[in-house]
Design a protein around this ligand. Sequence first.
Ligand code: NAP
Length: 249
Amino acid sequence: MLKRLQDKIAVVTGAGQGIGAAIAKRLASEGAKLVLVDINEECLANISGELDTEVLCVGADISKKSQVFAMIEQAKDTFGTVDILVNNAGIIRDGFLAKLSEDDWDKVLEVNLKGPFLCCQAVFDTMKAQNSGKIVNIVSRSWLGNIGQTNYSASKGGLVSLTRTLALELARFQINVNAVAPGLIETPMTRSMPTEARERLLRMQPTGKMGSVDDIAAAVAFLSSHDATFINGQILHVDGGKSCGLLSL
Ligand code: NAP
């Protein structure tokens, strides 16, 4: 039986570790060929070695237009097309308003919002020409607002608006644009949190536990597939129910 993403060409940004690496593994297991992109090219070698599919690794900074367009050209030279784009790469530079530097504001907006915009722009002609495409943007539950994350929340809120607007704009070319909003996920970042902060976050979690990178990867695989053809402009919260509201204990 053919796999759900058999021979689809998928570009995954920030694929070197964490959620991006899990997405790469899941898409590969469903039959996709992969273009793994990361600013840290070295970590891509480890991931690509674990994948049982054809892989192209590209070191690129998604906030730089020339690097993004060159990366997509390289993908097309290697595989002929791009069917799926997963805008996963993202960064945090947290701080309360009074202490948030202009540089930390700019950097987060450049990577988390401008980066996906550039990647969408770079794949558009190809997806339009083939009259099909799936774009999945990784946002965050923080787009709803989160203390100490003015820059990050604004970048993810912007990415939600970009998702909804491109869903409307690109639907006539049979290109779906959706987003996945992870909640609290077990990653090196959350594992390195002080115990007290980690426990406080877990108390606010309806499930009482963190999600895994595989939970996010499963949602991305679904939205990248034919099964999601009539789903467009949606923000799929994968957060154990946290976005439903406050938890009263
Ligand atoms: P991560 O472990 O930090 O991995 C992100 C990867 O992207 C890293 O390899 C990073 O390289 C790379 N990257 C950073 N800037 C880049 C750039 N300009 N161009 C290309 N690659 C770049 O992050 P994660 O925790 O897996 O998060 C992945 C996505 O999920 C992000 O968009 C994040 O906002 C979102 N998210 C995560 C969580 C969570 O709990 N972890 C929750 C909600 C949303 P370097 O390591 O060298 O910087």
